[in-house]
Ligand binder design. Structure first.
Ligand SMILES: *[C@@H]1O[C@H](CO)[C@@H](O)[C@H](O)[C@H]1NC(C)=O
Length: 366
C-alpha cells in the first residue's frame, strides 16, 4: 500500500473541507496534522525496518552456509584458525523487536493536546457537534515477521535422496555433505539427479574411492599369476559404518566393475586352490566368486547367465583366454561397496588385464 498517496488524499480532504467551509475546528486540523506526521514517521521507519529484516535474513543464510562449509572442512567455530583482526560473532544477529518505537502514538493524551491547541480558538464554522468519526482510516500495517531462529545444528541427511526429500538439493550444485550416522562426522558425496533404467527420475548418492582416477580409470593388472594374487583395496570417502548406513538408507545400490583381459581368465577355477582366479570381496571382506551383472556368488559373469560368452561353454568372456572383456553392475546392496578385487593369471609375458571399479552409487529411499 503506497502511503504517500494516502497522505495526499488526506491533505486533499483537509483542503477540500476548509474550502467548502465545513465544520472543522483547530483541534481537528491539529489532529490531522499529527496524523500526517505520525504516518510519515511510520512510513519511513517501517520501510527501513523491512529493508533491515531482509538484509539480516540474507546475512543469516550466508552465515548458515559458512557454518556448513566449516563443518564440511572439519573446522568448528571452537577450533577455527585465528584470523588477525577478525572478531567472530558470538551469535547470529537479528533485529531486536524492542527497538521498535511505540506505534500507538496516533492518539496522544488528551491533556497535552488540549494545552497545545485550546478548544476556544475557532476556525471556519464552529459547531458544538460531537467529534465525528474519522473520514480516513489508517491503512492496516502488515505484520513484520522476523526470520525464525536458526536451528542449533543444520539438518543433515544420510543420503542425497534425503537431501532431496528435505528440499535442499539445488540444481547445478553436485557436492554435498551427508551425515550417515547423525554424529556430525560428515561425508562428502556427489548428488546426481538422473534416470533409472525404467526411465523414472531418481537421486543418486555417489561415493568415490582411492582407485578412481578420471584421467586413467583402468588399473593395469600384470605379473600376478596365482589366483587372487593381485589385490585392489579401494579406500572409500566414508568409513565402513557410514557406508553401511548409506546403503541401508537407500532403495538400491550399484557398483560398476569391468575387466579388460588379454590372455587372463576370470571365473576359471585353479586346479590347485579350487578357487576362481578372480573375485571381489564384500564390505565385510567375504569372498564373492562372480562378476558384475551375474547373480551373487554364481561363479559367472554377465555373459554366462545367458550362455553368450565368447566361448559359450565358459562362464565369462575372459575365460576364453583371449582378448575380450567382462563388465556389469554389482547390485547386492547389503554387500556393497566392494572392499577388494582380487585377480590373477597375468604372470605370462603376453598376459595382462585392465581393471575398472566404479564409485558406489545408491539411489532412492529405503
Ligand atoms: C561364495 O561361495 C563360496 C563357495 O563357492 C563360499 O566359500 C563363499 O563363502 C561364498 N561367499 C559368500 C559371501 O557367501
Amino acid at each position: 500500500m503506497a502511503k504517500p498517496q494516502m497522505l495526499r488524499v488526506l491533505l486533499c480532504a483537509v483542503v477540500m473541507s476548509i474550502v467548502k467551509g465545513q465544520t472543522y475546528t483547530v483541534q481537528d486540523i491539529a489532529d490531522m496534522q499529527n496524523q500526517v506526521i505520525y504516518e510519515l514517521f511510520d512510513y519511513f521507519h517501517f520501510s527501513q525496518e523491512r529493508q533491515l529484516t531482509t538484509a539480516f535474513e540474507k546475512l543469516k543464510q550466508i552465515e548458515n552456509r559458512l557454518l556448513q562449509a566449516e563443518r564440511a572442512l572439519g573446522i568448528d567455530g571452537s577450533n577455527a584458525p585465528a584470523i588477525p583482526g577478525f572478531v567472530r560473532p558470538t551469535s547470529l544477529y537479528r533485529p531486536d523487536p524492542q527497538r521498535r518505537p511505540e506505534y500507538n502514538r496516533r492518539k496522544p493524551p488528551q491533556a497535552s493536546r488540549a494545552t497545545a491547541f485550546p478548544r476556544e480558538l475557532p476556525v471556519g464554522r464552529v459547531t458544538a457537534a460531537a467529534p465525528r468519526p474519522p473520514t480516513w482510516a489508517p491503512p492496516r500495517r502488515p505484520k513484520t515477521t522476523l526470520a525464525p531462529e536458526p536451528p542449533t545444528r543444520p539438518p543433515y541427511a544420510k543420503t542425497c535422496a534425503e537431501i532431496h526429500q528435505m528440499g535442499y538439493l539445488l540444481p547445478d550444485i553436485p557436492m554435498y555433505s551427508v551425515d550417515p550416522l547423525n554424529d556430525n562426522d560428515l561425508v562428502n558425496v556427489v548428488c546426481e539427479k538422473s534416470r533409472r533404467l525404467d526411465g523414472t527420475q531418481t537421486v543418486y548418492t555417489v561415493i568415490g574411492h582411492s582407485a578412481l582416477n578420471e584421467a586413467d580409470k583402468e588399473i593395469l593388472v600384470s605379473g600376478h599369476e596365482d589366483p587372487g594374487s593381485f589385490s585392489l583395496k579401494p579406500v572409500y570417502e566414508a568409513n565402513k559404518k557410514q557406508l553401511k548406513a548409506m546403503t541401508a538408507a537407500s532403495r538400491s545400490c550399484e557398483q560398476f566393475i569391468a575387466y579388460r583381459c588379454q590372455g587372463s581368465v576370470l571365473m576359471q577355477r585353479s586346479l590347485e586352490t579350487g578357487t576362481t582366479y578372480g573375485w571381489w570381496e564384500t564390505i565385510d571382506g567375504d569372498r564373492v566368486e562372480s562378476w558384475g551383472g551375474a547373480p551373487f556368488n554364481s561363479s559367472m559373469c554377465a555373459c554366462g547367465v545367458r550362455r553368450r560368452c565368447v566361448n559359450p561353454q565358459r562362464p565369462c568372456n575372459c575365460d576364453a583366454n583371449k582378448q575380450s572383456s567382462d563388465e556389469g553392475f554389482i547390485m547386492d546392496k547389503q554387500y556393497l561397496p566392494v572392499s577388494d578385487v582380487r585377480l590373477g593369471d597375468t604372470g605370462g609375458k603376453k598376459e595382462k588385464g585392465f581393471l575398472e571399479l566404479g564409485p558406489l552409487r545408491c539411489e532412492g529411499l529405503a
